[in-house]
Design a protein around this ligand. Structure first.
Ligand SMILES: [Zn+2]
Length: 240
């Protein structure tokens, strides 16, 4: 325990509005940025998505809420000799598929051990990142070649594709009221209020199942300006 003098020195060093700590869940270490009091929550779950990391870190200096940012810089998290994708662990079925796909040479026992670790941590991680009732969770992701809004159209409940020429930049919302507001922007937006039939273990699917207000802001890796613009637009228009 620090004595009072050390505590005062530490808090003078780090302004009280900007409190940090580094929890570790299932081998995933997070940096936690807290700024003021708000129901807003933010998440950077893929460490290799450096544009999203930079956009969120800068955003938290001027906006209130709590952000969790993965500290590693790789997409997948190692546990022993195995790896897993931290955005495919939010259901057991999704985690099982992902672990199988990423660890072809592992034994059933090894995969089961990792699944049990994730089972143990799942509820704790959900409690850490999900906002208080009625609050909004904003996740930031970057994509490179391949994945785009076009992959989400067929499994979405509604779409507003005003910038189809730039399909890598889009927002995915789980709440119809948030979608209705976001659809007034010039950005691509999709609504997934009902969880897509295939359980991929993603956080967006869990948010849809639990009725949590969630928006994923996707931008091409390197497209800082567009990701920042989407986040700013959302911040100004969506209710707390
Ligand atoms: Zn991602």
């Amino acid at each position: 325990m620090p004595n009072r003098r050390e505590f005062l020195t530490a808090t003078a060093f780090f302004p009280s509005i900007f409190y940090r700590r580094r929890p570790r869940y299932a081998g995933i270490e997070f940096q936690v940025l807290r700024h003021g009091k708000s129901r807003r929550r933010y998440l950077l779950i893929h460490g290799n998505e450096r544009t999203a990391h930079a956009v969120l870190t800068a955003h938290m200096k001027t906006h209130k809420g709590i952000a969790h940012l993965v500290t590693g810089q790789a997409r997948n998290i190692p546990v022993g000799n195995l790896v897993f994708d931290p955005n495919r662990i939010w259901s057991r079925a999704g985690a099982e598929k992902n672990i199988r796909a990423l660890n072809r040479n592992a034994t059933d026992d090894q995969r089961e051990t990792l699944l049990q670790i994730l089972d143990k941590w799942r509820a704790i991680m959900v409690a850490a990142v999900i906002p208080p009732k009625g609050g909004l969770l904003v996740a930031l992701h970057n994509n490179s070649q391949g994945y785009s809004v076009e992959d989400e159209v067929s499994i979405s409940d509604q779409t507003s594709l005003k910038n189809r020429a730039n399909p890598h930049e889009f927002m995915l919302a789980t709440d119809p009221a948030d979608f209705a507001i976001l659809a007034q922007s010039d950005f691509n937006v999709v609504l997934q209020q009902k969880a897509p039939p295939t359980d991929d273990g993603s956080l967006s699917r869990l948010a849809a199942l639990q009725g949590v207000r969630y928006v994923n802001i996707e931008a091409g890796l390197g497209n800082t300006a567009k990701q920042q613009a989407m986040l700013d637009w959302l911040e100004q228009r969506l209710p707390q």
